[in-house]
Write a protein that binds this ligand. Structure first.
Ligand code: PHE
Length: 449
């Protein structure tokens, strides 16, 4: 990113761009499987609470810093720190954000590769007439094939980095804005289909009636990580967006709108997926394959199932594509900010993310028993530690910077909610978001060991 003061054409364009970063695999793939592993309704309740208490206020802080600095994350942090007479070291927070998105993109690309495989399979009508057991077994066989996983990961990363290198992300974003409502519509159809199955009642109970014994410290920890992940908060990725936010737009309203839409998409996906899980007697705790084995089953029951399924995977890929571009962009911006050429920066990011992604992809076969930390293999580490630890840690530092370091005069203006609104938001950060994140993070990290 350069330092020119280009602004988003309109308020709507800004919200849509933020939604493009927020809505992705986190809502449709990650939410159902993590909720499944963490007690369903108990997880959902905590996750929504964390979105309200931490996600939204910290998202506002992150955008506010970008809006105040109007430069790339590292430079915005440096400029604001200087203006606040704080340590210039705050800029390292931008580098930490780049490290976080690096780890996230590596497994994100692998899972997006699974969507490519499923898109091709559904176009070929592979799932037609298959039993749920056969679909499950097919997925297992696919995961066990290292070549296929690496191939699809490479393909996805290639199309992502090509867009980044060509600098045509804006054009893709426009296409995305135009097509995302279709994805929501398809999810609505699927949830509607779910309502017609025997699994609907149990699915609603599982998602919305929490049993309080299910709330364990681990569930709390995962719910917090997921709140950050799904909103794309804590990696300084949204900071870059703030730099382009129109002057007159309300930050509060934008943050609430994005969070609401994000939760709705996750809920629709959850209802659709868990209806199938309960109707077919599948295991809700089965892990990362949950979406991939349930949706082909659901679509198989609908007329023109393969056509719907192909449309779904195509739209999902588009959603993950834009999220992946948003994940790659801050890393490229950091390198170009250090004086590297854009083409070289993009190539360096592509190669290193690819290598780490290959390790993640091989975790389902060859490297399955390579468990370097906490008994987890590379895929398990990458898909849990950056969302559960790095994002909350980044978010915590962003919140501290915005609520304790930035002087009121500077922040009030960037927040644009008047001084009473500012005080309320700052108090929420100071006395709720920051202590809560700290406690859950420390507790969660101690429990890892
Ligand atoms: N929020 C994105 C999703 O739900 C993932 C993401 C995380 C994107 C962090 C950017 C930064 O898929």
């Amino acid at each position: 990113m350069n330092d020119t003061l280009e602004r988003w054409g309109s308020k709507r364009a800004f919200i849509l761009a933020m939604t493009g970063a927020a809505v992705g695999l986190g809502n449709i793939w990650r939410f159902p499987y993590i909720a499944g592993e963490n007690g369903g309704a108990a997880f959902l309740l905590l996750y929504i609470a964390f979105v309200l208490l931490l996600g939204i206020p910290v998202m506002m802080a992150e955008i506010l810093i970008g809006r105040g600095g109007r430069q790339s994350p590292v430079r915005s942090l440096a400029t604001l720190a200087r203006a606040s007479q704080a340590s210039p070291r705050w800029r390292y927070l931008g580098l930490f954000g780049a490290l976080t998105v690096f780890c996230i993109l590596s497994f994100y690309s692998v899972v997006s590769g699974w969507s490519i495989e499923f898109l091709v399979a559904s176009i070929n009508g592979t799932f037609e007439g298959q039993s749920p057991q056969a679909i499950g077994a097919g997925f297992e066989a696919f995961l066990a094939n290292p070549w296929l996983l690496v191939f699809n990961h490479s393909l996805f990363l290639f199309i992502t980095m090509t867009v980044v290198a060509a600098g045509v992300a804006k054009g893709l974003e426009r296409l995305n804005n135009f097509l995302m409502p279709l994805l929501y519509l398809l999810l609505l159809v699927l949830a509607g289909y779910g309502a017609s199955t025997d699994g609907f009642g149990p699915a609603l109970g599982w998602l919305f009636l929490p049993s309080f014994e299910a709330i364990t410290p681990t569930v709390v920890f995962h719910a917090m990580g997921h709140a950050f992940f799904t909103l794309a908060v804590g990696a300084c990725a949204l900071m870059a967006y703030g730099a382009y936010m129109p002057e007159e737009q309300s930050l509060t309203r934008a943050a609430f709108a994005v969070a609401l839409l994000d939760i709705c998409v996750a809920l629709l996906a959850g209802i659709a997926i868990f209806s199938v899980v309960f109707a077919q007697g599948l295991d809700p705790t089965q892990g990362p394959g949950l979406m991939f084995v349930t949706l082909p089953i659901a679509f198989a029951e609908l007329p023109f199932g393969s056509l719907w399924l192909s449309g779904f995977f195509l739209l999902l890929l588009l959603a993950t594509w834009t999220s992946a571009i948003n994940l790659a962009e801050p890393m490229v911006a950091t390198l170009t900010g250090m004086g590297w050429r854009r083409s070289i920066s993009t190539a360096a990011v592509a190669v290193s993310v690819w290598l780490l992604g290959v390790l993640a992809a091989l975790s389902f076969s060859t490297l399955g028993e390579f468990r370097p930390l906490w008994g987890r293999n590379v895929f398990e580490l990458l898909s849990s530690i950056p969302p559960d630890v790095f994002l909350p840690l980044g978010g915590l530092l962003i919140a501290i910077f915005a609520a304790w370091v930035l002087p009121e005069s500077q922040a009030v203006e960037s927040l644009g909610a008047g001084s009473r609104g500012y005080r309320l938001w700052r108090a929420t950060l100071r006395y709720i978001s920051i202590p809560l994140t700290l406690v859950v993070l420390v507790g969660g990290v101690l429990a890892l060991g």
